[in-house]
Each structure stands twice: as structure tokens, then as C-alpha cells.
Design a protein around this ligand. Structure first.
Ligand code: ATP
Ligand code: MG
Length: 650
């Protein structure tokens, strides 16, 4: 099949700032390459050395037992995850700040490592009183408040698994996940805040628990103080049980492969899957990658803006930074509430030095305008990160110039719920960045871009992103469905981990993740990535955000349909429609000229902020949407789009 040579591959490399490299853990591309080579020649030796970052009750003598596709890492070692995140830091620096938490309404709480440790011990004792045992799975459905991290760490302390369900999910989404995880205990709150409104979490939880006969106890944090329904015998107040429990709870040793947590993927591609992670491998690789990718140091103030309901919040808001003994910021609310510069106020207030956010957030900041940033002192920032979707080069450059003032390296981190930790990313002091590329795999990660027959693509050719060797934080299975685990991830290209993402590799070996395999469009024999056309669209002054899908076309095979939202001050009219089409044709070539351009107020997104092209594809084909929409953030966006489509076809 003829391949299209993407324009993005012409991006120039931006070297790391010299001052940054001088101090960084890995300070040059040559050092990165040495490390990479060392790890690929002897992966087990490499990972067993890294394993010294953890505190073990019994140090492992074995590194990897690989019975494809099932891996066991460090399996004769024992440890306790919460000991690694708390006790060892309390012993060294009891008063170090673990967390600055800011509520949406401005309330602030600062917790030292000792505070967090004591709260975790109390919660661990309370969970035991509720009958939670090692190996049970506790579901957690909470707003982004410190008790959420405490609940997770308490589960880890007693060897129970957790399944955190994002606080924006509906009752059916919650009950499906509780049933699948067989949870007998749910931890929730009376409510949460979102853009000034109260979200009645307990009501939703009550409805969900009504569908889950196995749930025996519901532990409830008082957050809003609103009146709620109370189920005697089942419901227990956090402030009564947890606050009264003892602050001593010795951390017991658990085997390295002890199940740690289940997390359901965001559902961009269909029915959510319960991804199972185990203890030591996951913790080691999240901690190790936090040190390497964010170059995290004692004096840093680190802020990952993700919700804990997503894997980014698990790995890089809670476990990675706490295992490193870092000082982190946690913010409860929305980026635009009550003002659109809320994030920059927070950066300024806590002197945040490392800021990790999503590609979708960067596009939103860009559409709100640079004036919002100019009011704030952002000089504390030294490193920026992005995750979640390919970042369009125009958004990358804006982030670099306007937020980072050209001074901060950007780490574009590629990874998945399934991979547990970042696998492809620049090392900020070593890897020259290219806007829109996650660049090179981390040491120990055998990432390749292959054709379906297993052979390697040539530069400019689109292929499948795979990982060829096991890594410590890899998912162990899909909870309760090992067959699906083998089928979805390990049989497409036999023996290799199939990520489901389409990618290219350029002449420097840089990996360009183009989006999901399903999102690649074929026009007149050319394969185009939705990401590339979207990047061209976002580089037009009027376009804030764009999603590109294909619909069947008798002549060309597939035709390109564009959905886009506009930046402030532009109006949706025929003239702009034509201009936008011309712009895409100019930037990429006439082959990529859209067949249709549709304007929208909002694009349908998952609650983690990813564009749901699956729904747009359905809309472009059929004019309506019937697929699973439980993970959609705002259903009205898809309804409005459907109406617009209907209107156009009249
Ligand atoms: P589901 O698997 O249920 O559809 P999801 O894939 O959106 O949900 P996540 O595991 O949170 O859930 O997201 C991982 C995916 O996000 C990757 O497979 C990739 O498509 C995309 N992604 C993440 N980071 C990047 C990045 N830096 N560049 C490009 N794509 C990224
Ligand atoms: Mg996925």
C-alpha cells in the first residue's frame, strides 16, 4: 500500500537546555544510548540493579520468570508498597511535605509524610475492622481529595487490591465495575465539587450498590456536608471509624507478585477492561521512571494534574512521586473554575517546578489565549510534561514558548493503563525533542514499529507499535478474563505485546505515535493518520481543537470528515469552512482535503479528556450514535453534533 510521508516528520529537533543537562540524571544523548544498550544486552541484570530503589523485606534473588504472555518479576522478594511510599520517608524526613492539596473552593491542606503515614495507618486499621482482607478488592469512588490517596495506600498496606472508579462516572458504570471486581467494600464521599456544583456521589453510589448484592459496607467521607440517605448497618462515616482508629499499623510483607490494583481503561475503544497490576514490578518502574523522566529532586514541587481515577493519577500523582519521597500538589477541581487561569495561580502559589498535564489541557490553554498566563509568575517551572493523546506540533510549540518560556524541556510521555508506567519519552536532559514525537523508548523498553507480518517499517511508513520484551510494570492479565488478555494483546503479532496504536519511526529512530490503529484513514490508497490531519487543522488560527474520522466513499475508499471547535472570536460560516479545507490541502496535500467540515461547540471526549473518534465515526457513517457512551464526559456534545449532522442532510 502506498504510504503518505507525513509533514510532521520534518520537525526539527530541539536540544535540551544546557543548564538542564548539566544537572540532569542523564545528561546527554550518548549517556542515554549507553544506558539503553546496557539494558537491552542484559535486561534482567539491568532491572535487578534498579530493584535496589525499593525497600524489600526480603530481597529478590530471581528477576524474571517469563512464560509468555505471563511474566513474574522479582517473585521471591517481599515488600510492602505503602512502606515504600511512607515509612521509609518518615524515618528519614518526618516533616517533609508530602502533599499540598487545594480544593476547588480554595480551601488548602498541607500534609507531611508523617501526617500521611498516620492517616494511612488509621485507615488500614479501619478497613480491617470492616472485614477487608489481603486479596480482597475495595472499590473507591471519590472526589480528588487527600482521603482518596489515603484509602489507596491503606489498601496497599494490608494487601487488599483497590479499584478506583473516577468520581464522574454514572451508577451503571460504577456497579458494572464493582460487580466485575467482586468488591464487598466501597469507599465514597457524600459528594464532591465540580465547577461550583455539588456532585451527589453518595446518591449515585447508593443506586450502584443497589445492583451489587455482594457489597456489605460503604465507608463515607464527609466532604460537602449535604444531607444524604443513610443505610443503617451498611454505611459507616469515615470520621467516626477512621479518625478513631489507631495510628499504628505495622506494614506486613507481601510477595512481589501480590495483586496490587485493578483499573478499568478509559473506554475510548469499547467495553472497559479491568487491567490488573501487581506490586513490586509496578512500583519499581513507576518510581524509576518518575526519577528519570521528570528528573525529580528533593527540592522540586511536582504537580500532575490528572485525576486519580485514571492511570496517570495512579502512577504519577500517587505511587511514583510518593515512592520517591517527593512534594506533590493535588488540585480537586476544573482548570477553568472559577477563572481560566486557575492552574497558573496554583503554579505560582506553590512554586511548582514540574508540571505534568494532558495534551487536551494544553489545547484548551491555547484556545483561552496567552494573556491568561502573562499575569502570573511562572518562573518556578523547570520541566513540562504531556500525556494522553498525541500532542499536535502547534500545541507543543505553544506549550514550550508560552508556558515554558522556551526554558523548560517538554517530556511527551507515551504509555497506557496496561503498561503501568511511561515507556516512551524524552529524557529531559538528554534527548533532543521534536514537537509531536514521544521520541525514544526508555532503557529496558523494547519498543518497535512493525508491519503485521512482524517485519520492521521503513521511515515514513505507518505500522503497529509493539513492545517485544516483558517489562516490570506490564499488566499481568485482564481481571477475570485471561483469554481476552491473550487475544487482545499477545496474538495479533504473535509473542509481542500489541499496543493498539499506529506509529511511524523516523530516520533518527524517533517514534511518532499517530493514534489508535482504528483511527488510520485510507484515502485513494494512501494511509493518513487522523493525528496528522488534526495537527494541520490546529495550526489554523481559527481552530481550537479538531477530530478527523473517515466515512466510506465509493470512489476513494474513505473520505475525510472533520469535526472542529473554534477559538474565541471566530464564527462558523461557509467561508471559514472553505478556508479550513484549503489550509489542510496546503499543509498536507490535496489528498488530505476534507470532504466535510463540521463545526461543534464541544467534541465528545472520555472523562479523561480524550477525543472519542469511535463515536464521531459512527456519526459520520450513520448520522447517529448507538455505541457504549458510559465513559463520555458530556453526552450533550454528541447530541448537538448529531443534530447538526441531521440539519445538514435535510
Ligand atoms: P481504552 O483502551 O479503553 O480505549 P485508552 O486507551 O484511552 O482507553 P489509556 O490507557 O488511559 O486509555 O490511554 C492510553 C492511550 O493513550 C495510548 O494507547 C495512546 O493511544 C494514547 N496516548 C497516551 N499518551 C500518548 C502520547 N504521549 N502520545 C500519543 N498517544 C498517547
Ligand atoms: Mg487503550
Amino acid at each position: 500500500m502506498a504510504e503518505f510521508d507525513p509533514h510532521i516528520l520534518e520537525e526539527k529537533a530541539v536540544p535540551p537546555p544546557e543548564g538542564f543537562s548539566r544537572r540532569a540524571r542523564v545528561g546527554s544523548l550518548a549517556d542515554y544510548r549507553k544506558l539503553y544498550q546496557r539494558a537491552s544486552e542484559d535486561p534482567e541484570g539491568f532491572w535487578s540493579e534498579q530493584a535496589e530503589l525499593l525497600h524489600w523485606f526480603k530481597a529478590p534473588t530471581q528477576t524474571l520468570a517469563w512464560n509468555p504472555p505471563h511474566a513474574r518479576w522479582f517473585h521471591d522478594g517481599t515488600l510492602n508498597v505503602s512502606y515504600n511510599c511512607l515509612d521509609r520517608h518518615v524515618q528519614l524526613h518526618p516533616q517533609r511535605t508530602a502533599m499540598h492539596w487545594e480544593a476547588e473552593d480554595g480551601q488548602r491542606v498541607t500534609l507531611s509524610y508523617t501526617d500521611l503515614y498516620e492517616k494511612t495507618c488509621r485507615c488500614a486499621n479501619a478497613l480491617k475492622k470492616l472485614g477487608v482482607k489481603s486479596g480482597d478488592c475495595v472499590t473507591i469512588y471519590m472526589p480528588l481529595i487527600p482521603q482518596l490517596a489515603v484509602a489507596m495506600l491503606a489498601c496497599a498496606r494490608i494487601g487488599a487490591m483497590h479499584s478506583v472508579v473516577f468520581g464522574g462516572f454514572s451508577a451503571p458504570a460504577l456497579s458494572d465495575r464493582m460487580l466485575d471486581a467482586k468488591s464487598r467494600v466501597l469507599i465514597t464521599a457524600d459528594g464532591g465539587y465540580r465547577r461550583g456544583r455539588i456532585i451527589p456521589l453518595k446518591d449515585t453510589a447508593d443506586t450502584a450498590v443497589g445492583k451489587c448484592p455482594q457489597v456489605e459496607k460503604v465507608l463515607v467521607v464527609r466532604r460537602t456536608g449535604e444531607k444524604i440517605k443513610w443505610h443503617e448497618g451498611r454505611d459507616v462515616w469515615w470520621h467516626e471509624l477512621v479518625d478513631a482508629a489507631s495510628s499504628l499499623a505495622p506494614a506486613e510483607p507481601f510477595p512481589a507478585e501480590h495483586p496490587f490494583f485493578v483499573l478499568y481503561t478509559s473506554g475510548t475503544t469499547g467495553k472497559p477492561k479491568g487491567v490488573l497490576h501487581t506490586s513490586a514490578g509496578y512500583l519499581l518502574q513507576t518510581m524509576w521512571s518518575t526519577r528519570l523522566v521528570f528528573d525529580l529532586r528533593e527540592e522540586d514541587v511536582y504537580w500532575c494534574t490528572a485525576d486519580i481515577g485514571w492511570v496517570t493519577g495512579h502512577s504519577y500523582l500517587v505511587y511514583g512521586p510518593l515512592a520517591c519521597g517527593a512534594t506533590l500538589v493535588m488540585y480537586e477541581g476544573a482548570p477553568d473554575f472559577p477563572v481560566k487561569d486557575r492552574f497558573w495561580q496554583i503554579v505560582d502559589r506553590y512554586k511548582v517546578s514540574i508540571f505534568y498535564s494532558s495534551a487536551t489541557a494544553v489545547r484548551a490553554f491555547m484556545s483561552w489565549g496567552r494573556e491568561l498566563l502573562e499575569k502570573h509568575d511562572l518562573s518556578s517551572l523547570r520541566l513540562l510534561g504531556t500525556v494522553g493523546e498525541p500532542i499536535n506540533p502547534a500545541a507543543w510549540k505553544w506549550y514550550h514558548a508560552i508556558v515554558g518560556k522556551g526554558r523548560c524541556p517538554i517530556v511527551d510521555t507515551w504509555w497506557q493503563t496496561e503498561t503501568g508506567s511511561i515507556l516512551i519519552s524524552p529524557l529531559p536532559g538528554a534527548t533532543p525533542a521534536k514537537a509531536g514525537s514521544a521520541t525514544l523508548p526508555l532503557p529496558g523498553v523494547a519498543a518497535r514499529v512493525l508491519r503485521m507480518d512482524g517485519s520492521e517499517v521503513v521511515p515514513g511508513e505507518t505500522g503497529y507499535l509493539v513492545i517485544e520484551q516483558p517489562w516490570p510494570s506490564m499488566m499481568r492479565t485482564i481481571y477475570g478474563d485471561d483469554e481476552r488478555f491473550k487475544r487482545d494483546y499477545w496474538s495479533r503479532i504473535p509473542g509481542k505485546y500489541f499496543t493498539g496504536d499506529a506509529a511511524q519511526c523516523d530516520k533518527d529512530g524517533y517514534i511518532w505515535v499517530l493514534g489508535r490503529v482504528d483511527d488510520v484513514i485510507k484515502v485513494a490508497g494512501h494511509r493518513l493518520s487522523s493525528m496528522e490531519i488534526e495537527s494541520a487543522l490546529v495550526s489554523h488560527a481559527a481552530v481550537a481543537e479538531a477530530a478527523v474520522v473517515a466515512r466510506p466513499d465509493e470512489i476513494k475508499g474513505e473520505a475525510i470528515v472533520v469535526f472542529c471547535t473554534l477559538r474565541m472570536g471566530f464564527s462558523a460560516d461557509e467561508q471559514l469552512r472553505a478556508q479550513i479545507s484549503d489550509h489542510v490541502a496546503n499543509v498536507i496535500g490535496t489528498i488530505a482535503r476534507p470532504a466535510e467540515v463540521r463545526f461543534a461547540d464541544l467534541l465528545p471526549k472520555t472523562r479523561s479528556g480524550k477525543i472519542m473518534r469511535r463515536l464521531l465515526r459512527e456519526l459520520a457513517h450513520k448520522g447517529s450514535v448507538s455505541g457504549d457512551t458510559t465513559t463520555l464526559e458530556d453526552f450533550s456534545s454528541i447530541e448537538k453534533l448529531a443534530r447538526e449532522v441531521g440539519h445538514d442532510e435535510e
